[in-house]
Every structure is written in structure tokens, then in C-alpha cells.
Write a protein that binds this ligand. Structure first.
Ligand code: SF4
Length: 122
């Protein structure tokens, strides 16, 4: 379709799960699709994907220096669960040993082949 309609060819396409937060969550609820969408993510849960979710090797830094497990947690205002919460206090050891804050939206990263900013994780 993209080539026929727009003369665009994709060579290295990343597939990223739309996580149920913010505007997409609002849409899911308003359209009464929230339960079905969450059911699909939970049904597709893959423990292998958990090993490589991006919050295990990357942190997200906001424009004003606060630290988050990922950009999704940043959008939700969930700062890292660590004594080090700001880039000015950066401490590798404390951050490596923190508990990652997870919630229902994390099923989006662990469904099927997983999902991250660079596409699947398996
Ligand atoms: S949404 Fe959850 S699983 Fe995905 S990167 Fe963020 S904290 Fe990790």
C-alpha cells in the first residue's frame, strides 16, 4: 500500500506496540476497547521478552534532569525508585540495583516478541 499510494519502500521497519497510556488509553476507554486490548496483551505475554525490555539497560532523562525507567514511565510521571532520582546525583550502583516500576502498561513491552524503541526485543 505504501509503495502504491505514496511511492515509499520500507527496508527496515520497526514494529512497536502501542502502550495503553495517555491519549491511547483515553481512546481505548472511550471506544470501549480497553478490556479487549489488555486481554490481547496479557494473552500474548512472553517471559522471554522480559529479559530484554529496555528499562533493564536504559534510563530516560527528562529535559529537567529527572530519571525514569523508560519514556513511558516518564509520561506517567513515575520517577525511578532509587535514592538517585536526578541526573545531578547520578550513581551507577544505586541505579543498577533499583526496582523498576512496573504496571499494566508493561504488558505492551512483553507481548509476543516484545517491544522497545528499537522494535522487538527477541
Ligand atoms: S513500560 Fe514497563 S516494561 Fe516497558 S520499558 Fe517501561 S518499565 Fe520497562
Amino acid at each position: 500500500m505504501a509503495e502504491k499510494d505514496f511511492d515509499i519502500q520500507f527496508h527496515n521497519l520497526f514494529a512497536i506496540t502501542n502502550l495503553p497510556i495517555s491519549r491511547f488509553l483515553d481512546y481505548l476507554i472511550a471506544s470501549e476497547n480497553y478490556e479487549d486490548y489488555m486481554y490481547s496483551l496479557v494473552e500474548a505475554y512472553n517471559p522471554e521478552a522480559v529479559k530484554n525490555v529496555m528499562c533493564r539497560n536504559t534510563i530516560s532523562v527528562s529535559w529537567d534532569g529527572w530519571l525514569y525507567d523508560c519514556d513511558f514511565n516518564q509520561m506517567l510521571g513515575l520517577k525511578v525508585a532509587s535514592k538517585t532520582k536526578h541526573i545531578k546525583d547520578y550513581n551507577e550502583e544505586l541505579l543498577q540495583n533499583r526496582q523498576i516500576i512496573i504496571s499494566q502498561h508493561c504488558y505492551g513491552c512483553t507481548a509476543g516478541a516484545g517491544s522497545s524503541c528499537q522494535g522487538n526485543v527477541i
